[in-house]
Design a protein around this ligand. Structure first.
Ligand SMILES: *Cc1c(COP(=O)(O)O)cnc(C)c1O
Length: 220
């Protein structure tokens, strides 16, 4: 099936309040342009270098989301254009994003990545970490970042009950953080395999790749 068809099928399933991030990692610019031609304007990448290369080649009305783990020494390569960084998992990283945003005279929006999966392979902070960051004077002094929500990845499992539990944990953490910081708006959760469940559990932003662009080939 074509990218165009995949996208319109997907869009027709989404409630109005849910934003679709088209996850285009490993895919060639031609594929992204097909999605662009179909009206998609938000793309998610997990490698900073790859995102920067694509950004240079593509129309400038695209919003670029960094959804992967961010190495601090690479923040500078995306600071001039990135629209939302999903995977912020430490205050140290926030410091660096703030510094690079300041150099570029902009404010960069971030999501705090929470560890909701039981697997050890998934990154993210605890709910306590997130609370103490949002509550800290140091965080409040960072003028060039804005935390607009949370992000999480559920376990890779067929156990729907478990995934639902993990999404619900993220939703509850979001609600309690929002009491401290009313600016929080977004809950980034849900991928190709679990986005309907994520939406049921309160997701406002889904990150969908293979369902739009087809399976990824990492061996190339
Ligand atoms: C690759 C990736 C996705 C998209 O995965 P699909 O299963 O292809 O939809 C979503 N979120 C993150 C963080 C990813 O790395």
């Amino acid at each position: 099936m074509s990218i165009n068809t995949n996208l319109s099928q997907l869009q027709s399933q989404l409630p109005d309040q849910v934003t679709l991030v088209a996850v285009s990692k490993t895919k060639p610019v031609a594929d992204l342009m097909e999605a662009y031609a179909a009206g998609q304007r938000i793309f998610g990448e997990n490698k900073i270098q790859e995102m920067a290369e694509k950004q240079q080649q593509m129309p400038k009305d695209i919003q670029w989301h960094m959804i992967g783990n961010v190495q601090r020494n690479k923040v500078k390569y995306m600071a001039s254009f990135v629209d939302l960084i999903h995977g912020v998992d430490s205050l140290k990283l926030l410091n660096e994003i703030n510094k690079q945003a300041e150099k570029n005279d902009r404010t960069i929006s971030c999501l705090l990545q929470l560890k909701i999966a039981k697997e050890d392979t998934k990154f993210g902070m605890t709910s306590e970490d997130a609370h103490s960051i949002i509550d800290s004077d140091h965080f409040k002094s960072l003028k060039n970042i804005s935390i607009v929500g949370v992000m999480g990845m559920a376990s890779f499992t067929d156990n729907t009950m478990q995934i639902k539990e993990e999404f619900t944990t993220l939703k509850n953490t979001f609600e309690s953080l929002k009491e401290i910081n009313p600016d929080l708006l977004e809950i980034s959760m849900g991928m190709s395999g679990d986005f309907p469940l994520a939406i049921e559990c309160g997701s406002t932003m889904i990150r969908v790749g293979s369902r739009i662009f087809g399976a990824r080939n990492y061996t190339k």
